[in-house]
Design a protein around this ligand. Sequence first.
Ligand SMILES: [Zn+2]
Length: 69
Amino acid sequence: MPCKSCGAVNQSKFTGEMAIHIPGLKNIDKPVVWVFPELIVCLDCGTTEFVVPEAELRQLATGDATAEG
Ligand SMILES: [Zn+2]
């Protein structure tokens, strides 16, 4: 599958860990949302794709990183 950004067919899969912060000063005390996605990295331009899992997606949607599934 070609890169959506540059069109190159030079992508590799990696695993990653990422702390997603909810922006804004009022959210400064909110915990970060950790995700451990599979990354599809374009080795030509660096564009990276990943999917946030459903549980973490819900946390981002509600803005409450302490919410349970
Ligand atoms: Zn690319």
